[in-house]
Design a protein around this ligand. Structure first.
Ligand code: ADP
Length: 564
């Protein structure tokens, strides 16, 4: 047999991915996957090489959310695998479809713990953190393994899948025809799931009888790409709606039925609540009073049946994909069956008006040094003029304030800390948004949050991506005025007060700006966005601005004895 008639594991992985429409790999090379990345690139798959696997994994996760097809990341064994696993666990928690492929060391050495280079039982390590973990042990199973991983990631509730491919399998040869015949292309990787008509009628009945109904749109609704039918449902019923942070823009934030500015009142008073791709987890106070009306009835649309009743009784379970379920609601409700009383509308409108006026007042102030609100007003105004810009947002105060100040006009254009409220997603998400869409991206980052993925500035510059990083720099974790009463060391919450982050991007050929006022910030951001080139704006904020843990101060345990 000549080599022309042979193939090997690495080629088969590439062929299987290509056959299933994977056009981009996010990864970091090393033993044993370097050739795999080269082969992928040679065959036309784009390989985006990162500086840390967690950023590669986060990019793949964001790609999954943005495209509806699993993003794929590639890592080396043990430590690289573990770095990526953080992102994979996070993606699973966020319900984003993603597959992490990692090379692994020799099975017979790992299993006897003989001490191999980067020895780790990766399959076992991955299992508790992911939707599913699979290993391919023979080259002839690569097609099956890739198909199974992609199917599992995308179908039902999306999530993270780990695919373990030992080095020996990547190097295993087999007959080329036999290899080609072992691959297949998935048919309908995420099939529609239709609700039963009686479940739909039960939900309509409850909504029709509501005095103070509310719709909550979550990132599952954004992910479902059912934009038009959701809009039709909301418009035709007149129901007030509240978008969770990554559902902002699914219906434009300036829509008159949005009650984002009257959130507390809406939760406290609503008597019938329809959850659309949103979990009643900590982000929604578990549906508990006093945040919620104790008599509220919950209706929930979710593709995952076990999500229902996880926190509160679900009076009308609607299991299915959001497009099909909302489509069925629209189809089965008689015109005028669901209405919203004038009293409820007025109550929400009055609170919206009051809160909007308070916010306008906060935003109008222009103190020096700059505060979060001044900076965010400038960013908001620039983004209003560029509504198709993708927005990545992480931090404590930088997240909480930006979420409320920056409106979104289009679906799936906001990526943030997500269900875990994690820091470190920034650059990975920004890179994926730019790579997958080719559109400009603005990452609004706290200075602490930025630090977790800051080295990816080099990646942004290496690929020349249209990403503008804005660092709201108050010199600290939460704020920059922490005090250490015991020694000259900085306090646990203090970072470098005089840091000039813009110099980091200059090191890699990007454009750096340092700004100290909203006017300077608006000018820098406009110029950077219009250039379409990598840029970083270090935005000097008052070190005393912000609160500990942003809006989550209440989650800190209060220690019994404070350090003196
Ligand atoms: P948020 O944080 O915005 O409130 P969550 O991440 O808590 O949103 O909730 C998203 C929910 O959406 C998950 O429970 C997930 O199972 C569900 N989901 C994801 N995709 C779909 C889909 N296509 N159809 C129905 N439900 C979906």
């Amino acid at each position: 047999m000549t080599s022309a008639e042979l193939t090997d594991g690495a080629h088969l992985v590439v062929d299987a991915l290509e056959l299933n429409g994977v056009d981009t790999l996010y990864g970091l090379v090393g033993i044993p996957v370097t050739d795999l990345a080269r082969l992928a690139q040679a065959s036309g798959i784009r390989f985006i090489g990162f500086r840390h696997e967690s950023s590669a994994g986060r990019a793949a996760a964001a790609a999954g959310f943005l495209t509806g097809r699993p993003g794929v990341s590639l890592t080396v064994s043990a430590p690289g695998f573990l770095n990526g696993l953080v992102a994979l666990a996070e993606a699973t928690t966020n319900c984003f479809p993603v597959v992490q492929i990692s090379g692994s060391s020799e099975r017979h050495i790992v299993d006897l713990k003989q001490g191999d280079y980067e020895e780790l039982d990766q399959l076992a390590a991955a299992r508790p953190f992911v939707k599913a973990a699979y290993r391919v042990s023979r080259a002839q199973d690569i097609g099956r393994g890739v198909a199974r991983a992609l199917r599992t990631a995308a179908s039902g509730r999306p999530g993270g899948v780990y695919l373990d491919i030992p080095a020996a399998v990547l190097g295993e040869t087999l007959d080329a025809d036999r290899g080609a015949a072992s691959l297949w292309r998935l048919v309908d990787p995420a099939p529609r799931q239709l609700p039963a008509p009686e479940a739909v009628d039960r939900a309509i009945e409850l909504l029709a009888g509501a005095e103070r109904p509310l719709v909550v749109l979550g990132k599952g609704a954004a992910y479902a790409r059912a934009d038009e039918v959701i809009r039709e449902f909301v418009d035709s019923t007149g129901l007030p709606f509240l978008p969770m942070s990554m559902a902002k823009g699914l219906i434009p934030d300036d829509h008159p039925q949005s009650v984002a500015a009257a959130r507390s009142l809406a939760l406290k008073r609503a008597d019938v609540v329809l959850l659309v791709g949103a979990r009643l987890n900590w982000l929604l106070g578990h549906g508990e009073p006093p945040q919620w009306n104790p008599d509220a009835k919950f209706l929930q649309i979710d593709i995952e049946p076990t999500e229902l009743d996880s926190n509160q009784p679900i009076a009308a379970p609607l299991v299915g994909d959001i497009g099909s379920v909302v489509g069925a609601l629209v189809e089965r409700m008689k015109p005028g069956r669901i209405t919203v009383s004038e009293a409820w509308r007025r109550e929400l409108a009055e609170r919206t008006e009051q809160n909007t006026a308070k916010m306008a007042q906060r935003l109008a102030a222009d103190p020096h040094p700059m505060q979060f609100y001044g900076a965010l007003r400038a960013i908001r105004d620039v983004l209003r003029a560029h509504p198709h810009t993708y927005l990545v947002n992480e931090g404590a105060n930088a997240l909480d304030f930006a979420r409320n100040v920056i409106d979104m006009q289009v679906p799936r254009h906001r990526l943030d800390s997500g269900t875990w409220g994690v820091m470190g997603v920034g650059m990975g998400y920004a890179i994926a948004a730019a790579v997958e869409t080719g559109r400009p991206v603005v990452a609004v980052e706290g200075d602490s949050a930025f630090g977790f993925s800051g080295m990816e500035l080099e990646t942004i510059c290496r690929y020349g991506l249209p990403v503008v990083v804005v660092i709201l720099n108050n010199g600290g974790v939460y704020r920059g005025d922490g005090v250490n009463p015991a020694s000259a060391d900085p306090s646990p919450t203090t970072l470098s007060l005089t840091a000039r982050h813009e110099k980091l991007i200059e090191a890699f050929g990007g454009r750096g700006y340092h700004v100290e006022s909203p006017v300077e910030l608006a000018a820098a951001l406009t110029e950077a966005l219009e250039s379409g080139r990598p840029a970083l704006i270090d935005c000097h904020i008052d070190p005393t601005a912000g609160t500990e843990s942003g809006h989550l101060t209440n989650l800190n345990p209060s220690v019994a004895v404070r350090p003196s």
